[in-house]
Design a protein around this ligand. Structure first.
Ligand code: ZN
Length: 436
């Protein structure tokens, strides 16, 4: 059977396929009509939406990088086996020691992965098309930026030379750097750099190429990244490719049953729903009930916020959920999520009538009202330095009620933003604040 007719057959119907010339060992069944064909072993059934979703993501990643969409990408799903572990997955990968959840043999447009939607490996195929000896910094950086969650901004300046030999634990740093280069210079420039870089280059040549492409040294780029407090932002595909978000309202249970449907990804054994939700303004705790799993990923920070595994009793989230968009993923059965007003937020509700809100224009000392607990809203018209002249443990909180202790050291406040001065200690008296 010629390659061409095999492809068109796959486009029409799932097919039992024994891969010959250069294909992976074993029998595989394919679903999908391109660009992604999703293969699994015959006993594993894949939800029909999975191949389509992978295809959509592939197009979106290609779009964001201004490159062509591969006409065909073979994605082999090799689930983790409780007895054999990742043994089979590793057998298909060129660097088995690095294949933890998957690998991409990008020059053959192939992905092997232990989940049905591995955007990191998809990115490798899309970004590395036509290349052979890609540099690990750009290759892994792009894959992390577009495909791994969550990226974490570096907490301290990092040695650029550390990035040049990108080991798995440095992938995150590479992703953050590539993310900042994409933001600052655009996809065309970053892709030009990626195409011209090669794993065979000496470090000196790589640095020269960096300087030539971006007009600054690798040192300056990494230093700037840290100084600017770069936040990696949305890790691309996690919140893309969905319809409009479903609204989530406080106190109203949000029920989902994971199943195989057009929107779902997963396998028959582990069906999933994955959708975009939008939490109404406010700040919430989320409780999860039911037997399924629930994961929430913030579309603003990429943060992974709540996780609950395999029906181990009801569960309330750690931390707060702020308003905004999230990707909600549920799997293995029914889940009910309920969003309640977070106790922490209640601290940032005025304990005095709203006239305690102040809008000072010049130097002013303002007497704070009384013993705690007190929450005083403050809004400033101009940038100010603010100090609290008392030993009481006053906290200054931002709009989201994220608080820091303030005392005599003045702190800057932004004009136009809402702040709260918070005294939670009932035995402490009010003090006065000094605005300069
Ligand atoms: Zn990778």
């Amino acid at each position: 059977m010629s390659r061409q007719s095999l492809v068109s057959l796959l486009c029409w119907a799932p097919l039992l396929l024994s891969c010959g010339d250069g294909g992976p060992d074993g029998d595989w069944v394919a679903v999908g009509s391109g660009p992604v064909l999703l293969y699994s072993h015959p006993k594993v059934t894949i939800c029909p939406g999975s191949a389509e979703r992978a295809g959509r993501l592939t197009r979106e990643i290609a779009d964001a990088l201004s490159v062509d969409v591969p006409t065909r990408l073979d994605y082999f799903y090799v689930p983790y086996d409780p007895e054999l572990g990742s043994e089979e997955l590793r057998r298909h990968c060129r660097q088995p020691e690095l294949a933890i959840r998957g690998c991409a043999i990008y020059w053959e447009n192939r992905v092997f992965a232990s989940d049905v939607l591995n955007s990191h490996e998809l990115t490798h195929v899309v970004a590395n098309r036509g290349l052979r000896r890609v540099h690990p910094l750009t290759s892994e950086g792009l894959a992390v930026y577009f495909g791994s969650l969550p990226m974490v901004a570096p907490l301290e300046p990092f040695e650029p030379s550390r990035l040049l030999d990108v080991e798995p634990n440095e992938h995150n740093a590479a992703g953050v750097l590539i993310g900042s280069l994409l933001d600052r210079f655009g996809a065309a420039r970053v892709m030009e750099f990626h195409r011209n870089a090669s794993m065979d280059m000496t470090e000196a040549d790589f640095r020269k190429l960096f300087q030539r492409t971006f007009g600054e040294s690798l040192e300056v780029s990494t230093q700037r990244l840290f100084e600017a407090g770069y936040q990696p932002g949305v890790s691309f595909p996690e919140c893309h490719g969905f319809g409009p978000p479903s609204p989530i309202r406080r106190g109203v249970p949000f029920n989902r049953h994971a199943q195989c449907d057009e929107a779902g990804v997963g396998t028959a054994d582990d069906p999933k729903t994955s959708e975009l939700v939008e939490v109404e303004p406010g700040s919430f705790r989320v409780s999860v009930r039911g037997g399924g799993n629930a994961n929430l990923f913030s579309c603003d920070s990429g943060e992974f916020l709540v996780s609950r595994r395999h029906g181990k009793g009801d569960f309330s989230s750690f931390g707060r959920i702020l308003d905004g968009k999230y990707r909600l993923e549920t799997s293995r059965g029914a889940v009910s999520l309920e969003f309640e007003r977070a106790a922490l937020l209640q601290k940032c509700e005025p304990t005095e009538p709203a006239d305690t809100s102040i809008v000072p224009k010049s130097h002013v000392a303002l007497q704070l009202p009384r013993r705690g607990p007190v929450a005083v809203p403050l809004r400033f018209e101009e940038e100010r330095r603010l100090a609290v002249s008392t030993d009481s443990p006053w906290k200054l909180c931002d709009e989201k009620c994220s608080c820091e202790l303030v005392a005599l050291d003045a702190r800057s406040v932004e004009p136009g933003s809402l702040y709260w001065l918070l005294l939670e200690d009932e035995t402490s008296v009010g003090g006065w604040i000094d605005l300069q």
